[in-house]
Ligand binder design. Structure first.
Ligand code: PGA
Length: 254
C-alpha cells in the first residue's frame, strides 16, 4: 500500500508561544494508532521550524517548511534556502501553494527550480496544484492541473520524481469552507495518477502519494480519504486546532 500523509499548513499564524503550545497539544494527543494511519507533518512558520522539529522528533511526526527560495544561497535578502530548512530538521517543504502563486507571482517554471533544489537538499517537496473557480466553471480544470504538474514535475528523472508528493488543492476550496466533494477530488486525483502513469509508468503512479487540500476538516475527512486515489490531506485552517487536526488523521478507517 502506498504511503499516506496528513500535513498541517499553519500559514502565517501563531506566535512562538502559541505555536509551542499547539505542538505539545498535538504531540500529547497523537497515539500510536494515529501514527500508523498516516505520516503526520506540521508546517509551521519558518522561525519555529527548529523548535517544532525538537517536539516532532520525540513524538513520531515530521516538520516541513511552507516555502523556500529557488536559489541555493547568496544575496537574496529575506529568502530561506532548502539547505537552511533541511539543517533545522525539516523533512518536507510545500512548493507552489496557491497563495504563493496568487500573491507572490510564482510560476510553474519557478516551481520547477524549487522542486529540484528541495530534492537536492533531501527535502520532500509537497507540490501543490489546483484550478481557480473560473477555470473549473469553464471546464478547464483538467487542462490547468495537467499543465501545472507537467511543467513543474515532468522534467524530473524517475528517482527524483518518486520522492515528490502531489497535493491537489482547488483554489476555490482553500479557506472557503467549501471543500471539493469526494467525487470531485477522486476524479482529479485519478486524472493526476493517470498522467503520472503515462509519463513514468504504472508502478510509479500506483506509489505516488496524492493529497487533497481545501477546507478539509474532521467532519469531511473520512469521506475524502475513503476515495481510492486520495492518500491524505494538506490541511490549513483545521490544522490550527489540535482536536480538529487529530480528527482529520482519524478520518482514515485503519
Ligand atoms: P484550508 O487550506 O484547509 O484552510 O482550506 C488548505 C491549504 O491552503 O493548504
Amino acid at each position: 500500500m502506498r504511503g499516506r500523509i496528513v500535513a498541517g499548513n499553519w500559514k502565517m499564524n501563531k506566535t512562538f508561544e502559541e505555536a509551542e503550545d499547539l505542538l505539545y497539544e498535538i504531540a500529547e494527543s497523537l497515539t500510536e494508532e494515529d501514527l500508523e494511519k498516516a505520516t503526520v507533518v506540521i508546517c509551521p512558520p519558518s522561525p519555529y521550524l527548529e523548535m517544532a522539529h525538537d517536539v516532532a522528533k520525540e513524538n513520531g511526526f515530521y516538520t516541513g517548511a511552507q516555502n523556500m527560495s529557488n536559489k541555493e544561497s547568496g544575496a537574496f535578502t529575506g529568502e530561506i534556502s532548502a539547505a537552511m530548512i533541511s539543517s533545522v530538521g525539516a523533512a518536507f517543504v510545500i512548493v507552489g501553494h496557491s497563495e504563493r502563486r496568487a500573491y507572490f507571482g510564482e510560476t510553474d517554471e519557478l516551481l520547477c527550480e524549487k522542486v529540484e533544489i528541495a530534492l537536492k537538499n533531501n527535502l520532500v517537496p509537497v507540490f501543490c496544484c489546483g484550478e481557480r473557480l473560473e477555470e473549473r466553471n469553464a471546464g478547464a480544470h483538467f487542462a490547468v492541473v495537467k499543465k501545472q504538474v507537467q511543467t513543474a514535475l515532468f522534467n524530473l528523472g524517475d528517482e527524483d520524481f518518486s520522492k515528490v508528493v502531489i497535493a491537489y488543492e482547488p483554489v476555490w476550496a482553500i479557506g472557503t469552507g467549501v471543500n471539493a466533494t469526494p467525487e470531485q477530488a477522486q476524479e482529479m486525483h485519478n486524472f493526476i495518477r493517470n498522467l503520472v502513469a503515462e509519463k513514468f509508468g504504472k508502478k510509479m503512479a500506483e506509489e505516488k502519494i496524492i493529497l487533497y487540500g481545501g477546507s478539509c476538516n474532521a467532519t469531511n475527512a473520512s469521506a475524502l480519504f475513503a476515495q481510492p486515489d486520495v492518500d491524505g490531506g494538506l490541511i490549513g485552517g483545521a490544522s490550527l486546532k489540535a482536536s480538529e487536526f487529530l480528527g482529520i488523521i482519524r478520518g482514515f478507517d485503519k
